[in-house]
Design a protein around this ligand. Structure first.
Ligand SMILES: [Zn+2]
Length: 364
């Protein structure tokens, strides 16, 4: 299953209706939960499906959406029972406030996509921007609100039963902080410049928010602005990471990456690194690889920077030294380029067959 996210452009009426249905969702969740808790307190058992269905019927929600809320509540109560059976002190799920309700899910039907419109019961035809095509049969729809924007998230079962054979070469990738990635071919993938613009905007919006009076209308507006920029940054970054990953996938058949402990590195170097998008990037590469006819290999990350890719000797360097100069074999290349070649070499050692690409020598 793959998820596709598209921006929706509802008209004023649809926007208002969807917001109302979020409110219905909150009410239904809380009503179902209250009935369940009360029944449990009074009779020592869970409320019947019929009793909960009655609540769903009068909730004002489209049946598919209320069905999904019922399913989610059921799932968390099952989870609670399972944990209690194991002797874990687990409580009921929580009541939800409006802040916690941001989406309406259609698990099977109630929607259809035609051209530039997404037809959704009971909101009618909503304008949608399909910026990339959907592959496979569409299964579920989630309408999601982020700040004041609406999105449609469609999941589709991909038809990629037959993996393609990609005839590209093998490549090693070193993910970095100065440049986003350096390839073993020497090619560099720079960090996107436009992110800086948004980050500045975010900082300004946050300063602005901090000056507003508590519980004022202006503060509410400023808060919405901050969350809108957050969501813009996240979406822009994700789009960019998808593009960068697709670019790699379309060119290479074997992709070697370091097995990075991103969490560990983030703790060691402070904030910022966890934001670099490495884990999202490697996840995209991993899950898309098969469909693109590629293989992704993770290699041991130890000493990939220190080791000389020419002769295998260890060459110490400080963090600020951007060049690898080997005193043993005189190899002189960019430090990240050197690391990328090491990463590739580790992935292809002892490899034969179509993915090994040629004679297995990748030194410059
Ligand atoms: Zn050397």
């Amino acid at each position: 299953m793959r998820a596709y996210k598209y921006r929706l452009y509802p008209n004023a009426m649809q926007r208002k209706d969807m917001q109302t249905h979020l409110w219905f969702s909150k009410n239904l969740w809380n009503d179902m939960l209250e009935l369940t808790k009360q029944t449990y307190a009074d009779y020592g058992k869970f409320s019947s499906m019929n009793a909960l269905n009655e609540l769903a019927k009068t909730s004002g929600l489209y049946s598919q959406v209320s069905q999904d809320i019922f399913r989610r509540l059921n799932k968390s109560i099952y989870g609670m029972v399972a944990r209690r059976k194991k002797g874990i002190d687990a409580g009921f799920p929580r009541f939800k406030s409006m802040d916690r309700i941001k989406s309406l899910t259609y698990p099977q039907s109630g929607f259809s996509l035609n051209g530039k419109k997404l037809k959704v019961s009971p909101f009618g035809e909503i304008n949608i921007k399909l910026h990339r095509p959907i592959e496979g049969a569409i299964k579920t729809l989630t309408l999601k609100r982020e700040a004041d924007k609406w999105y449609a998230i469609l999941t589709a079962e991909s038809p990629s039963a037959i993996p393609k054979e990609n005839n590209g070469e093998a490549i090693g990738i070193d993910l970095g902080l100065m440049t986003f990635a350096t390839l073993s071919s020497g090619k560099i993938v720079k960090k996107p410049k436009h992110m800086k613009v948004y980050e500045d905007k975010l900082a300004e919006a946050q300063r602005n928010l901090s000056k507003k009076k508590l519980r004022s209308k202006n503060r509410k507006r400023a808060k919405l602005h901050v969350s809108a920029i957050h969501s813009k940054i996240a979406n822009t970054r994700k789009d960019w990471l998808h593009k960068a990953a697709n670019n790699i996938l379309s060119q290479y058949s074997l992709i070697a990456l370091e097995n990075l402990d991103v969490q560990g590195i983030a703790e060691e170097h402070g904030k910022g690194i966890s934001d670099a998008g490495w884990s999202i990037f490697t996840n995209i590469l991993s899950y898309k690889a098969e469909g693109a006819g590629c293989k992704v290999v993770f290699v041991d990350a130890a000493n990939t920077t220190k080791m000389c890719s020419g002769c295998g000797e260890m060459v110490k360097k400080e963090l600020h030294e951007r060049q690898h100069n080997c005193p043993y074999c005189d190899l002189s290349i960019d430090r990240d380029h050197n690391a990328a070649i090491n990463i590739l070499n580790r992935a292809t050692v002892g490899q034969t067959g179509s993915n090994a690409c040629g004679d297995g020598s990748y030194a410059v």
